[in-house]
Design a protein around this ligand. Sequence first.
Ligand code: PMP
Length: 356
Amino acid sequence: MRIDDLPIRDDLRGKSPYGAPQLDVAVRLNTNENSYPLPDDVVEAIGKAVQAELRDLNRYPDRDAVALRTVLADYLGHGLTTDNLWAANGSNEVQQQLLQAFGGPGRTALGFGPSYSMHPLLALGTGTEWIGALRDPDFGLDPDKAVAELAKHDPDLVFLCSPNNPTGTALDPEVITAVLERARGVVIVDEAYAEFARAGTPSALTLLSEHPRLVVSRTMSKAFGFAGGRLGYFAAHPAVVEAIQLVRLPYHLSALTQAAARAAVAQRDALLATVEAIKEQRDRIVRTLRERGYRVADSDANFVLFEVGGDQKIAWQRLLDQGVLIRDVGLPGWLRVTAGTPAETDAFLQATEALK
Ligand code: PMP
């Protein structure tokens, strides 16, 4: 039997799942993970925190993850408190819950591509109609054009991604403000890569106090190096948090996840110490590729989008043949590479020599 033989929803027929290849190669720079394993003392602290939960696994966890939301509020600062925070299994789940509460059948969500490929997939899964507006050809977004798209479509939700995946560049704060002023519905700013932003790039967190329908989505998967722990969160007006509690599954965040994430946030200085090292490698990739004559998008993230020219699938395969896995995001002529350790950058830069 195949999927199409099943009585599956019509809108899911013929669709492909999210599927970045998980290949066993020496240099994996394709999913914007943090390349650094957790330091030993952090491993020990998380181990202890998880261990302390084990005897009580007969009980359900704290449904509202209050202790975790409190430490996350403290991490974000900006006067945010527990009531402003919500957490789930990755920012993918956070955004799915937002769509469940504010989107759904008969409603629309609008985003500006190229951007994170899960936004339209999450819309699809929740029965929300996706409106794919476009960025400028240089991947920028002009405030007037963004507002014109809102005027045209009047969406129930708007997704902005800053720094944007897969292009890497943060949005001009003017765009976010213009969208917030024009939007009727909820505006989600996906800041999965915020910790990697170049100096002088403000977070949308600064806008929260003035915009009650703004939601800033964050994750521990990137800067914290906690992708396997699955912990995403958002900051918003407390009423938004209350709305999400209508759709979240009871006990969605396991006691083990909550304990591990709390311990990881407590160890944030040690975990976030990798951010500067990764930014150095990112800047080195941008610089070196530009010196070699490539067009490269400015990056505020832990990855770099560069133009290979011609068919990017061929270039992708040639790098893979040399043991370097990067990402074909489906943008004709362009590839995306994650910034990792200095040795990974060496391997990537050496492999790209063969593309010329
Ligand atoms: N948003 C963006 C822009 C991303 O690139 C990613 C990860 N690829 C996510 C959200 C989801 O991350 P997670 O579910 O691991 O928090």
